[in-house]
Design a protein around this ligand. Structure first.
Ligand code: AMP
Ligand code: GLY
Length: 428
């Protein structure tokens, strides 16, 4: 099979690493990819949102399978674009329909979906400019802290948590009246704050049945001890010690099964990843959010632990045999530590030369260096984003895995490189 993978981050590097292991994978193309993905296939200079150009590439390269990394093309309807086009209909597209992708693309849609299917989540209300005054009254009597969410996609920045009613009203006004996140914040969801520990569970579904392919805990804050600004993710660990049989049972019965049954009953077409962003509140799972894709950097620990052939799973999802798939996991622990450019998540520099990479060949030891934001310029690899490298390692326990990744990072450098040295600290 010829496969086209869309995206350019550590997630895509990890997916490429995993997919080329499959004997079903003949040629792999990555668009646009990065310096790391080029080791496993051919990078193509295409935008993930340029569906016409993606179509042309699929026809030229005789693509049989399209795998979509990031959320934007999913929410913009890449699945539907392929389904509607007779020339593309035979390509297996690993993605939900645009309608189903609203589970990620609209917080209000996902909240209503959860209510319809009795899936545990924080209580909420939604507002627009039309009931703005009512929203202010709602905020004034709301318990603290208050969580405000822009309804649409906001590049991971649309959630604000505040500790006073005054701040909440300010943020509410910024979002709705001043359109802080453009159209994405013309509707705002206000929800209760859930106190607990976050964990993400990943499944593959064909819209009728599912298979759990892993879970991970990520570390979102820039500073050690979970302090400072939110980032795209500074590291991940898996498996998470509190994800025992009892908790997983609750997650499956109360969350995963009702979600997949809900998709089926509502005839929401879905052939792809479901990312369940959960909060463990004193042993009880609640949904914080759905995403219709893999997480980044969660993929960088989930793929190394998944032993099952991923391309075969995608094919099974397409031909109705997903239920029969045998999912097995590496029994070791896995951790990834993200090296970022100085200043991130604020302003940071790009095009910084990365040294030390030549010492590390992916997949030949207990560590792997996944490229998150890099590009090749002549024979040099330079930084090309805030998050630059995700260094993943296996270990007998999480502490050992993290220690190995940090050891690799000591050999790699670029100007201003920073990473959190405390990933997995609460489980050490
Ligand atoms: P999201 O963009 O939905 O992933 O939200 C970003 C982050 O905000 C989540 O990962 C949580 O850390 C936090 N968050 C979102 N909703 C809530 C909530 N209801 N209670 C507590 N924290 C939340
Ligand atoms: N690491 C969180 C995400 O991918 O949304």
């Amino acid at each position: 099979m010829n496969i086209l993978l869309l995206g350019s981050g550590g997630r895509e590097h990890a997916l490429a690493w995993k997919m080329v292991k499959s004997h079903h994978c003949d040629k792999l193309f990555i668009a646009p990819g990065n310096a790391g993905t080029a080791e496993f296939g051919t990078n193509l200079d295409l935008s993930v949102n340029d569906f016409e150009a993606i179509k042309n590439t699929c026809l030229e390269q005789k693509i049989n399978m399209l795998v979509v990394g990031p959320e934007e093309p999913l929410v913009k309807g890449i699945y539907d674009f392929f389904q509607k086009d007779p020339q593309l209909q035979n390509i297996i597209v690993v993605a939900p329909s645009a309608e189903a992708a609203q589970l990620e693309g609209s917080k209000a849609f996902s909240k209503k979906f959860m209510q319809r299917h009795n899936i545990p989540t924080a209580g909420y209300a939604e507002f627009t400019s039309e009931n703005f005054e009512e929203g202010k009254k709602y905020i004034a009597q709301h318990s603290l802290p208050i969580v405000l969410k822009a309804d649409g996609l906001a590049a991971g920045k649309g959630v604000v948590i505040v500790n006073t009613h005054e701040e909440a009203i300010q943020v509410f006004e910024e979002m709705i009246i001043h359109k802080q996140f453009g159209e994405a914040s013309s509707k705002v969801v206000i929800e209760e704050f859930l106190q607990g520990i976050e964990v993400s569970v990943f499944a593959l579904t064909d819209g009728e049945v599912y298979q759990i392919i892993g879970h991970a805990k990520d570390y979102k804050r820039i500073g050690e001890g979970d302090t400072g600004l939110n980032t795209g993710g500074m590291g991940c660990v898996s498996p998470v010690p509190f994800m025992d049989t009892l908790f997983m049972q609750k997650v499956e019965e109360r969350i995963i099964k009702p979600t997949i049954n809900g998709l089926y009953k509502e005839e929401l077409s879905y052939h792809g990843f479901v990312f369940f962003g959960l909060m463990n509140v004193k042993g009880e799972p609640f949904v914080i959010e759905y995403n219709c894709r893999m997480g980044d950097p969660e993929t960088e620990v989930v793929m190394p632990l998944l032993q099952t052939d991923l391309v075969a799973l995608f094919a099974a999802m397409d031909n109705g045999t997903l239920i029969d798939a045998n999912i097995s996991f590496d029994q070791r622990s896995c951790a990834t530590v993200m090296a970022v450019s100085g200043g991130y998540p604020g302003e940071y520099r790009k095009n910084l030369r990365i040294s030390g990479l030549a010492d590390w060949r992916i997949d030949n030891s207990d560590s792997m260096v996944f490229h998150a934001g890099t590009k090749q310029v002549d024979d040099v690899v330079v930084t090309n984003g805030g998050r630059v490298l995700a260094v993943t390692s296996y270990g007998n326990d999480l502490g050992e895995a993290v220690a190995k990744s940090k050891k690799v990072l000591q050999k790699i450098s670029f100007e201003g490189m920073y990473y959190r040295s405390d990933i997995g600290y609460e489980f050490a």
